[in-house]
Design a protein around this ligand. Structure first.
Ligand SMILES: [Zn+2]
Length: 187
């Protein structure tokens, strides 16, 4: 499968994972300010009058000219979803510590919603179904269970790592440089 190209803005903040074709379009329109990483591929364009074929290359990370959402987006947490949550927690149940397949995992609210707990990154953990059922509508202490890790909100760099399973080595290196030290990705 083709890898995705990581687009960044002029401040270096990740913007999107894009298909190769879209990256090539950015190049063709002169929208790439600079690029980083390994050359990913050459894309063959139309035939020139002299019988040769035009060719566009792209690297694995490209900065899009004029874009600068940086400051505004950096503080923003990614939307909470089960796939991202399970990925953040490496598919480990926060209570029994065992790893489970995705279909056996669930989202546990540390402070249950029915008791005022919020549906936010810092109040949710990955739990296997049996631990979730056992904990039920209680706080961990009330259930005699303890959290094996502390929930946290992934930043934008980490979010980009969590949602792509086919990251090239240089893209990973770039993104990891922006991941906070307390992230589980550094474990
Ligand atoms: Zn469990």
């Amino acid at each position: 499968m083709e890898p995705y190209i990581l687009t960044i803005d002029m401040s270096g903040l990740p913007q999107a994972w894009v298909e190769l074709q879209e990256a090539i379009t950015y190049h063709a329109k002169g929208m790439v300010a600079w690029s980083l990483g390994e050359q990913v591929c050459s894309f063959r364009g139309g035939w020139r009058r002299d019988g040769t074929r035009s060719q566009i290359d792209t690297k694995s990370i490209i900065a899009i000219r004029g874009s600068s959402n940086g400051a505004r987006l950096l503080g923003q947490s990614p939307g909470l979803s089960n796939p991202l949550l399970f990925s953040r927690d490496r598919q480990l149940c926060a209570y029994c510590g065992q790893r489970f397949p995705l279909k056996e995992l669930s989202r546990d609210h540390v402070v249950p919603v029915s008791r005022g707990g919020r549906n936010t990154w810092t109040n949710v953990v990955t739990a296997c179904r049996s631990c979730n059922t056992c904990k039920s509508n209680r706080l961990p202490e009330e259930a005699g269970m303890s959290l094996l890790y502390v929930p946290y909100s992934p930043n934008r760099y980490e979010h980009f790592i969590l949602r792509n399973r086919r990251i090239l080595a240089d893209q990973m290196q770039y993104l990891m440089s922006g991941v906070p030290r307390n992230s589980r990705l550094h474990d």
